[in-house]
Design a protein around this ligand. Structure first.
Ligand code: ATP
Ligand code: MG
Length: 449
């Protein structure tokens, strides 16, 4: 059943909800989540916790996505068992996190995340379990609480629905179901305070708005532009993780548009943002590059093809790299590129980390842009065999598509790589002939002057 038929079904049947504490409990016949929508492993963890004498619910993205008829990315579980207790119950469990202690239960490649109900830290004064910075940011959040308190400390209402696999009920403490129906992202509690506690919630609002095609509630959206600066305090490793979720999971283009609309892109890629804003012409090379890269990445994700942060960063920082290169104009191209790459990466590292396994190939992709120009002898053939050829060729095509004039270099490489060896030799020879003719021409012109 699609989402709208589901919705109609809900309305038609008058959601018969009754109040228990302050939650609305939506019974089995009034919603369409079924245990069949939940992964076997998540069901195993849920029932094992219950057999162990604990409460356990499916929560967050899993419930939200099933209600929207989307495939959940992963299944998160909330329980009243403490992390150590969860850990003891499962052989395949791993205690993780300091800022936020939780348990990962592993089943091959699938990881089920189990979190203990947490209370809103502001009601507590236990310094060792909860800790805030001067700006109000939550540095530690390990104060345990009830399910209702747990719902209140979640980010958006649509992410705070709990599903019980034993009685098949949904527990809704924040009117999340209504917001799913209205397709609205609404912060639980006071948005300003909640963003101060954790500024990444601003990025999450963008991500869910793009991913689910929801609108952001006005009060939830209003403080974002002013509070964006708080993202500067987030550890760069967490920012890197967020960038990947924002831009490389299938809705990068739409997410980018929202990030710019709310003035947040500058905190992710400051040099790229600066380059976009500097452009005087209507033909914004840098922004074209960003859009083209994200459109391609979205398409690849849809087709199930892999995407790599190395390519994303190489493309988004390409024009900042060119601007930086201008400073080294009296150096030879290769060392100049090397120096500019170091500088651009160093600057980016103040906003997001870039693990070395991505920054190394990223520099190679940049370096190969120079090698794509040199095609004499057997250089072109050698380059085809390079492990970064494909990514470098893709970047070359995006540069052209963005409006860079490269004299049909992209087309040359397209033809070259799809030709037989014999034909490849001819193509290179033809290029050499053309070059000779061109040098002769310039020499004759010079001679006549
Ligand atoms: P998806 O996994 O599809 O990206 P999700 O909603 O499951 O979306 P997760 O990052 O997996 O997102 O987090 C699981 C749940 O934990 C969320 O639904 C939300 O209830 C809560 N949560 C995650 N991050 C935060 C945060 N920064 N502040 C408050 N609650 C959060
Ligand atoms: Mg999730």
């Amino acid at each position: 059943m699609g989402f709208f038929p589901r919705l109609l079904y809900l309305i038609k049947n008058h959601i018969l909800s009754f109040t228990h504490h302050s939650s609305r409990i939506i019974a089995r016949d009034q919603h369409t989540i079924s245990n069949r929508d939940i992964s076997k492993n998540a069901l195993k963890v849920l029932s094992h916790l219950r057999v162990g004498g604990f409460e356990a619910f499916l929560v967050g993205g899993g419930v939200r996505d099933i209600l929207l008829d989307n495939q959940p990315k992963d299944f998160d579980i909330a329980t009243n068992a403490h992390p150590e207790q969860v850990h003891k119950l499962f052989r395949n469990a791993l205690l993780i996190g300091r800022r936020f202690r939780l348990v990962h239960v592993r089943f091959g490649r699938e990881v089920i995340e189990v979190a203990t109900f947490r209370a809103n830290h502001s009601h507590q004064h236990n310094q060792s379990n909860s800790h805030q910075s001067e700006s109000g940011m939550l540095l530690r959040d390990n104060v345990y609480g009830t399910i209702e308190e747990d719902a209140q400390r979640r980010d958006f209402t649509i992410n705070a629905l709990y599903y019980n696999i034993n009685n098949f009920c949904i527990y809704d403490f924040t009117n999340g179901l209504q917001d799913i129906e209205k397709r609205v992202i609404r912060m639980i509690g006071d948005p300003v305070a909640r963003y101060r506690e954790d500024p990444v919630r601003m990025l999450r609002a963008m991500r869910f708005a793009a991913k689910l095609n929801f609108t952001i509630d006005q009060n939830t959206a209003a403080p974002i532009e002013e509070l964006g600066i708080l993202l500067a305090d987030i550890p760069t490793a967490r920012m890197f993780e967020e960038v990947i979720k924002l831009l490389l999971t299938g809705q990068g283009e739409q997410t980018y548009r929202l990030l710019r609309q709310y003035g947040l892109f500058q905190y992710l890629f400051p040099a790229t943002d600066h380059s976009i804003k500097q452009s005087q012409s209507t033909h914004n090379l840098t922004e074209n590059m960003v859009l083209q890269t994200l459109i391609n990445a979205d398409e690849r994700v849809t087709q199930g093809k892999p995407v790599t942060p190395a390519f994303l960063f190489a493309a988004l920082l390409w024009y900042p790299l060119q601007e930086c290169l201008a400073k080294f104009h009296n150096m030879a191209p290769v060392p100049a590129l090397h120096q500019a790459a170091q500088d651009v990466i160093q600057k980016q590292l103040q906003s997001t980390s870039i693990p070395r396994r991505f920054s190394t190939p990223m520099k190679e992709i940049w370096h190969l842009q120079l090698r794509l120009l040199r095609r004499n002898g057997n250089r072109a053939q050698q380059l085809l065999a390079h492990k970064r050829f494909r990514a470098s060729y893709d970047l070359l095509l995006i540069r052209q598509a963005s409006g860079e004039d490269l004299g049909k270099l992209g087309e040359w490489w397209t033809e070259f790589q799809h030709s037989s060896e014999q034909r490849q030799e001819k193509i290179v020879k033809a290029l050499q002939e053309k070059r000779k003719r061109n040098t002769k021409k310039t020499e004759t012109v010079r001679g006549k002057q």
